[in-house]
Design a binder for this molecule. Structure first.
Ligand code: MCA
Ligand code: AMP
Length: 490
């Protein structure tokens, strides 16, 4: 066994335990299997500068990411639905030399020059030894996230940030090796990958991934021993909608130890419907790609006798320093539930930089404090209530962050578009939906809504496509020529 001077990110991997670690459909791996598979793969990719992971919701993605983490090679998870232009950007920016994928996928041209490794999920008879734990500050993952303008930026997340955030959640949620997590989140973002896969593995517990989210899958797994559910508000909204006529679902949710929502605000109405039908309060937590998890309500608030604090995201997690700052840059000291300021944070959970973007990294910080761009108040007992965002140019749809600027740029490349502005509009299911305001090159024959939606889906990603296109003769602009999005309802 290799010795290491740094505590292991996944201590249970060294134990050779035959407990189940991962379950995807009817395929499972024990900790011993996972250690064997991931250490063999780690040996194959050792020394690579970075690896891309074709992050389908599969066992192979989980094994590939764990292998990269064992090898100390930063992994770049890729959304398999990413369109041409966005994928080309991510690959050029992160410059991986290898791509890990489940077998059987035809990978897009943008990945054609990389060495392809099909991830094996049949455990080796004579596995390679587990490598020594890499340094805590070394980069573990590079996760791409949208800003208000320009293409997505790669947030470089060191190992210590992963460990810090997962251990803070252990405290807040009483998360143990006995927990069995069920989720159907995608595996190319922090929520589904770091919390949903690496979280259970760090605790030595089990994760069951549904492949894709559906109400029946949640019911089945929570009725068969799963103890926790992670989801975005759209998923809880769909569960709340189904609860009226689904007693099995109500029973399954009532039996869960913890139902956790995050990535966007869970509307009060859905909180209340779930509490009324199940006696369980959804625990809301707040985080960001760059900062990992920042705030959460505690497990104690989840039971039927738990105090109702719906509408807040709880209190800062252990190790997280949080302050509210007013427009003039001054610290807000009031805990009055009224005074609004920007949330700024620091702590061991933070990213180190945006890859290749020292300018953007510098702009993101106020001294040592990271500017989240989220606006909030604080109650007398420290509960944080998010009331909005500083930028109108960020849209959260179904838990995905979408920058208005990247969609505008893609739309402007379409020959039928002369001017474009993108806003978010309330949507009952997705929280917000993308709306495109277009001035056509030829107003007599504008491009169709479908054509523009397909264009954006092909260039960026299907979830970034406009859900509505509105034609205008001109965009409302101020004296400086800047589009007045508020006049468009954005
Ligand atoms: C899917 N579609 C969407 C979205 N999702 N359109 C807008 N917004 C979306 N969020 C599109 C698909 O491209 C597809 O279009 C059509 O809707 C139906 O696709 P389907 O796969 O059936 O979608 P769905 O099942 O209805 O998806 C809804 C979903 C999904 C399950 C809620 O959006 C989802 O998994 N969201 C999770 C996002 C997430 O993990 N965020 C974490 C990042 P077409 O037919 O044209 O292809 S935030 C984060 O990590 C921070 C740290 C945090 O705090 O958690
Ligand atoms: P992302 O950059 O995709 O990781 O998204 C991070 C953003 O999601 C945060 O800055 C918040 O605006 C939002 N967010 C995450 N969790 C919550 C929550 N529980 N309530 C409200 N907003 C949230």
């Amino acid at each position: 066994m290799a010795t290491s001077s740094v505590p292991d990110l996944f201590p249970t991997l060294r134990s050779g335990s035959d407990r189940t670690a991962l379950r995807f459909g009817d395929r499972t791996l024990t900790y011993a299997d996972l250690a064997s598979l991931a250490s063999s793969l780690a040996a194959r990719i050792a020394g690579a500068e970075r690896v891309a992971v074709w992050a389908t919701p599969s066992l192979e993605t989980a094994v590939g990411v764990v292998a990269a983490l064992l090898a100390g090679v930063p992994a770049v998870p890729l959304n398999p639905k990413t369109g041409e232009r966005e994928l080309a950007h991510i690959v050029a920016d992160s410059a991986p030399s290898v791509v890990l994928t489940a077998p059987g996928y035809e990978l897009p041209m943008a990945l054609g020059r990389l060495r392809r490794i099909d991830v094996d999920t049949v455990a080796d008879e004579s596995p390679a030894p587990l490598p020594a734990e890499p340094p805590a500050e070394s980069p573990a993952l590079i996760v791409y996230t949208s800003g208000t303008t320009g293409p997505p930026k790669g947030a470089v997340l060191p190992r210590r940030a992963l460990a810090a955030t997962l251990d803070a959640l252990e405290d807040a949620w009483g998360w143990t090796a006995d927990d069995v997590l069920v989720h159907g989140l995608p595996l190319f973002h922090v929520h589904g990958l770091i919390l949903g896969i690496l979280g259970p593995l760090r605790r030595g517990g089990e994760v069951r991934h549904l492949g894709r989210f559906d109400v029946a899958g949640v019911t089945r797994e929570l009725s068969a021993g799963a103890t926790m559910l992670f989801g975005v508000p759209t998923m809880y909204h769909r569960l709340a909608e189904a609860l009226d006529d689904d007693r099995e679902l109500a029973k399954a949710l009532a039996g869960a130890r913890l139902l956790v929502s995050g990535s966007a605000a869970l509307p009060l109405h859905d909180h209340e419907r779930i509490a009324a039908a199940t006696g369980r309060r959804v625990v809301e937590r707040y985080g960001m790609t760059e900062t990992l998890m920042l705030c959460s309500s505690t497990a104690a608030s989840a039971g039927s006798d738990g105090e109702s604090r719906a509408g807040t995201v709880g209190v800062p997690l252990p190790g997280v320093e949080l302050r509210l700052v007013d427009e003039a840059g001054a610290d807000i000291t009031a805990y009055d539930g009224e005074t609004i300021g920007e949330i700024q944070v620091r702590g061991p959970n933070l990213f180190t930089e945006y890859l290749n973007r020292p300018d953007a990294t510098e702009a993101a910080f106020d001294g040592s404090w990271f500017r989240t761009g989220d606006m909030a108040t604080r109650d007398a007992d420290g509960h944080v209530r998010i009331v909005g965002r500083k930028a109108t140019d960020l849209i959260k749809s179904g838990g995905y962050k979408i920058g208005a600027g990247e969609i505008e740029n893609a739309l402007l490349e379409h020959p039928g578009v002369r001017e474009a502005a993108v806003t978010g509009e309330p949507d009952e299911d997705l929280g917000e939906r993308v709306v495109a305001w277009i001035v056509a090159t030829d107003p007599g024959s504008p491009p169709s809504e479908q054509e523009l939606a397909d264009h954006v889906a092909a260039q960026l990603a299907p979830h970034k496509r406009p859900r509505a296109v509105r034609l205008l003769e001109s965009l409302p602009r101020n004296d400086m020529g800047k589009v007045m999005k508020r006049a468009l309802g954005g």
